[in-house]
Design a protein around this ligand. Structure first.
Ligand SMILES: Nc1ncnc2c1ncn2[C@@H]1O[C@H](COP(=O)(O)OP(=O)(O)OP(=O)(O)O)[C@@H](O)[C@H]1O
Ligand SMILES: [Mg+2]
Length: 585
């Protein structure tokens, strides 16, 4: 990992666009911060005043005035500090809110290719901990560094003004103090970086194993997984321990240096008093300022580290915000009101990796209202055809036309709304049955949901549930069988009433009895819509008008069932023979 600068002007300027809506509040916070510094710096001076003007000269009547002032200043510090922290935090939270929304909406628009490449864990880190690191920088980083610097300079000025000689003696300890604190911080930073890396690995491991817990248990892998976890956990502890050595040493050394400096000030200052160089009050003020002085000096390096990691996070966040989806609507997008549903693939070539084509020179035409089936071995490219049709990916060669219009000329949302899909790796969200069918689309009401569930033959089963269509669906549909999940996905596609329907293995996990009923339902549900049905079980595609056979990404045969069955050495015939041999029709 390269060393990131703690202050990157370019990044901060971009960050400013997010802060500027709250600039008045931020400015108020800065003013309050200046106030905090001022009242803090007034305190030792008030002590000096009280000592020199009344205590040392035994004038008790003069003590009330500085005492009241001191009390006032202390309370002022309390209120100012509260206001400062509060306003700064409010600004920070609002900026974080805006940034999180921006990042999430970007994640929603990024295309399949991006999401294939970026593991969920990494993206989660962006939206959560990277954003938090940034917030830390906003509320306790840059501004406090500036405030600390101002305070340090202020104290130096006051010390010089109080007494040049003693100031020189006090300031002489700064260089060694800085050197020590930089040395320790640097060592600590290296170990913390190591710790963060291990934590990331720990998280990824944990997430994956807990998600796959059923598999882990079914295969009795608990012991091995436990051991692997223990090992990662051990690495984490060891790395933390290495950091702890420096951390503890640093605190102890800082304390030691502070005390030594105090003794040094008393030593030099005491001799100055005896030689009538300064008053006793001045010495007390020096001690007070020195204590307020070392804290920011020691913290500077820590704040620098906070800024450094925040800048790294900011960079990653903006990288994400700078990633634009490749698949977008064109400028003059077409939005034909109603589609006839003619689909043409023209010499389509496509591969997920550029040099490994998955579809090769595929051409076919589907007439409006035609029902076609796609069959072929596993991995032959059937689902890929569908992903191209809804433009999850763009073709690399040739083109795809819908109603004579290139898909790339369509409005993307309109295109996807026009094609209803039941994808092969069906997915349910946590929520209710109704929300899973309607996906909270305002136009899809309970009636439409029920009608769709009816069409796939699920309504009676669901009506029997105590809460009907409002019954809960667990994360990823954990409380439903695979077949039920398929039926719900199918109902979802029907509820959206699209012009073209695409079913990818929509009935693969449904028992033969229900399937027969479902076949009928599909036929009525699809109506006169153009439909593409992908199925491994040839029995499921009896009713289609035409069958396309894919082999190694090429369209090798097409025709009706009775035409294809006649092709000797044909792939369809081979598939058919394999499925009927077992006795099944
Ligand atoms: N996201 C992806 N990245 C890289 N390669 C992929 C991706 N998705 C699919 N492939 C590859 O593309 C080829 C075709 O996949 P596709 O999903 O279209 O097959 P399929 O015909 O639908 O198979 P199945 O019958 O098993 O569903 C396969 O070799 C697969 O490994
Ligand atoms: Mg598939």
């Amino acid at each position: 990992m390269h060393d990131v600068p703690a202050v990157d002007v370019h990044l901060i300027r971009r960050l400013w666009t997010y802060i500027s809506p709250y600039r008045l509040l931020a400015a108020l916070s800065l003013v309050l911060l200046a106030g905090v510094n001022t009242v803090q710096l007034a305190q030792p001076y008030l002590l000096k005043y009280a000592i020199d003007e009344s205590i040392a000269v035994s004038r008790l009547d003069g003590l009330a005035y500085p005492a009241m002032l001191f009390l006032f200043v202390v309370f002022m510090e309390f209120f100012l500090r509260f206001g400062q922290l509060y306003t700064m935090e409010i600004v920070g939270q609002n900026v974080i809110y805006d940034l999180r929304c921006a990042i999430f909406s970007r994640l929603l628009t990024l295309d399949a290719e991006f999401h294939n490449k970026n593991p969920v864990g990494r993206l989660m880190t962006r939206v959560t901990s990277d954003v938090e690191a940034l917030q830390e920088a906003l509320t306790s980083g840059l501004v406090l560094i500036l405030a600390d610097l101002a305070k340090i300079l202020g104290i130096i000025a006051i010390l010089l003004w109080l007494d040049l000689h003693l100031a020189a003696a006090t300031l002489a300890v700064i260089p060694p103090m800085l050197a020590v604190s930089w040395y320790f911080r640097r060592r600590m930073r290296a170990t913390y970086r190591q710790v963060r890396k291990i934590v990331a690995r720990l998280n990824t491991f944990l997430q994956e194993q807990v998600s796959g817990i059923r598999l882990v248990q079914a295969f009795c892998r608990e012991r091995e997984i436990e051991a692997r976890f223990a090992k990662l956990n051990e690495e984490h502890r060891d790395a933390e321990e290495r950091g702890v050595v420096f951390d503890s040493a640093f605190s102890a050394v800082a304390e030691l240096l502070g005390t030594l400096t105090l003794a040094w000030i008393l030593w030099v200052g005491g001799r100055r008093i005896l030689g009538d160089g300064i008053t006793f009050g001045t010495l007390v003020a020096f001690v007070g300022y020195a204590q307020r002085f070392f804290e920011p000096v020691q913290q500077l390096s820590q704040r620098y580290a906070v800024m450094q990691s925040a800048m790294a996070s900011t960079e990653r966040l903006f990288d994400l915000l700078d990633t634009h989806p490749r698949i977008v609507s064109p400028v003059n997008a077409m939005e034909p009101a109603r589609l006839r549903g003619e689909i043409i693939f023209e010499n389509v070539t496509f591969g997920y990796a550029a040099d490994q084509p998955v579809l090769r020179n595929v051409s076919f035409r589907i007439a409006p209202g035609e029902k076609i089936a796609i069959v072929g071995w596993t991995g032959s490219g059937k689902s890929t055809v569908i992903r191209l049709l809804v433009r999850l990916y763009d073709v690399q060669g040739g083109r795809i036309l819908l109603d004579g219009i290139d898909l790339r000329d369509f409005d993307l949302m309109h295109l996807r709304r026009s094609i209803g899909v039941v994808v092969q790796d069906h997915f349910l969200f946590s929520g209710t049955i109704a929300t899973n069918v309607s996906l909270d689309h305002p136009k899809i009401d309970a009636r439409r949901v029920t009608r769709a569930l009816d069409a796939v033959g699920m309504s009676r089963r669901i009506a029997a549930l105590p809460e009907g269509i409002d019954s809960a669906v667990a994360e990823r549909g954990g409380n439903f069988s695979v077949g039920e999940k398929q039926l719900l996905s199918f109902a979802r596609a029907l509820a959206f009433e699209s012009d073209v329907m695409v079913l990818d293995e929509a009935t693969a996990s449904i028992d033969t009895g229900s399937e027969a009923a479902l076949q009928h339902a599909i036929e009525t549900a699809l109506g006169d819509r153009t439909s593409i049905i992908i199925a491994h079980r040839l029995a499921a595609i009896r009713q289609v008008d035409r069958i396309l056979v894919f082999h190694h990404g090429m369209l090798t045969e097409q025709g009706t069932h009775s035409e294809l069955i006649k092709i000797k050495d044909g792939l369809y015939r081979a598939l058919h023979d394999l499925q009927t041999e077992g006795g099944r029709p």
